[in-house]
Design a protein around this ligand. Structure first.
Ligand code: SAM
Ligand code: SF4
Length: 336
């Protein structure tokens, strides 16, 4: 089956099979890639319109009790200087974001039990009461009761990436992980009424296009609304520090195919992609993505949140420049 006939199927709203998804992910020629990106750009335009949603992330703790092989925050990394932000520090950043016109604050951290359910509740409630912003949590795995209490306190969204839908690949990356648990938590978050985020990493060692197709079908099957797709970038002082990074090319194809399959969802152009290539990041804005997450972590902590090395600074200037180059619109409430 040819690429063009698959893209025509998408245009008339036919559901793609796993084989068809694999065919699209395997595209090599520049012409066919351009056709794929164009189709994804049109789908994005149709489903979510011309605007890029800008969100701000506060990486409030780099302590982590887990051992993901790809990540520089894993607990075994003794070389990393660890930090935790106080409620007041977090609020000060949220205030700045509100002033910029940003509507959603993403609270992200390693899996850090120091932040008890009560402490996180207090952060959520204070941001809600004082600023009325939407809140996305990305704290890793918590108990059902904790997810429930965060939701009740006012959290709107929760990001918990499956990372790899294929279990063999998942366990290779997560020596202390439990795939079923991760999938179960994803279902819980949906049941609790969160807008749920998932995602994967492109270029994990041994990953095939078939694995990536399974990721995309996982997002579809679980009704995921925010899909973070970023290339693997080696992190210093991690077991995978010396492996090759994922490619910009495969990341862009995955973004585009995910837009075609999942349609009306939020898909960010990720910081990890910006770190590999600014051009790739701009291309992503014309290949199906509709969200940018600014890193709003205070400069004194920012360089310590080293999930991978040489992390690029996605700030408002960078975002605006890229959006302009991609000829797309900022949301009108963002003040520049
Ligand atoms: N600790 C929480 C968790 O794992 O869900 C949230 C923070 S974690 C740093 C956020 C995401 O960073 C993970 O879902 C993972 O996909 C991504 N990440 C970590 N290390 C990475 C690397 N070396 N390359 C690309 N993405 C990475
Ligand atoms: Fe911890 Fe998240 Fe990094 Fe895994 S990806 S080591 S859970 S911060």
């Amino acid at each position: 089956e040819s690429v063009l006939s698959i893209l025509e199927k998408v245009a008339v709203d036919e559901v793609l099979s796993k084989e068809e998804i694999i065919t699209l992910l395997s595209i090599e020629s520049e012409e066919e890639k351009a056709a794929l990106f164009k189709a994804a750009d049109l789908m994005r335009e149709e489903c979510v319109g011309p605007k890029v949603d800008i969100r701000g992330a506060i990486e409030f703790s780099n302590y982590c009790i887990r051992s993901c092989n790809y990540c520089g925050l894993r607990k075994e990394n003794r070389k990393l200087h660890r930090y935790r932000m106080t409620i007041d520090e977090i609020l000060a950043v949220a205030y700045r974001m509100k002033e910029m016109g940003i509507k959603t604050v993403i609270l992200q951290s390693g899996e850090d039990p120091f932040y008890t359910v009560e402490l996180i509740e207090e952060i959520i409630k204070t941001i809600k009461a004082e600023l009325g912003m939407r809140i996305t949590l990305s704290l890793g795995e918590r108990s059902y009761e904790e997810y429930r209490r965060f939701k009740e306190a006012g959290a709107n969204n929760y990001l918990l990436k499956i990372e790899a839908a294929n279990q063999k690949l998942f366990y290779k990356a997560h020596p202390d992980g439990d795939w079923e648990k991760r999938a179960k938590h994803t279902r819980w978050l949906k049941e609790l009424g969160y807008i749920v985020g998932s995602g994967n990493i492109i270029g994990l060692p041994g990953q095939t296009v078939e694995d990536i197709a399974e990721d995309i079908l996982f997002f579809k099957k679980y009704g995921i609304h925010m899909i973070g797709i970023g290339p693997f970038i080696p992190a210093a002082n991690s077991p995978w520090a010396n492996l090759n990074p994922g490619t910009v090319d495969m990341t862009l194809k995955t973004l585009a195919v995910t837009r075609l399959v999942c349609q009306n969802v939020y898909i960010p152009a990720t910081t990890a992609l910006a770190t590999l290539s600014k051009e790739g990041f701009i291309k992503a804005l014309r290949a199906g993505t509709n969200t940018i997450m600014l890193i709003m972590t205070p400069p004194i902590y920012r360089e310590k949140y080293q999930i991978y090395s040489n992390k690029n600074m996605v700030n408002l200037d960078f975002a605006v420049e890229c959006i302009e180059k991609a000829q797309r619109e900022l949301p009108s409430y963002i003040k520049v």
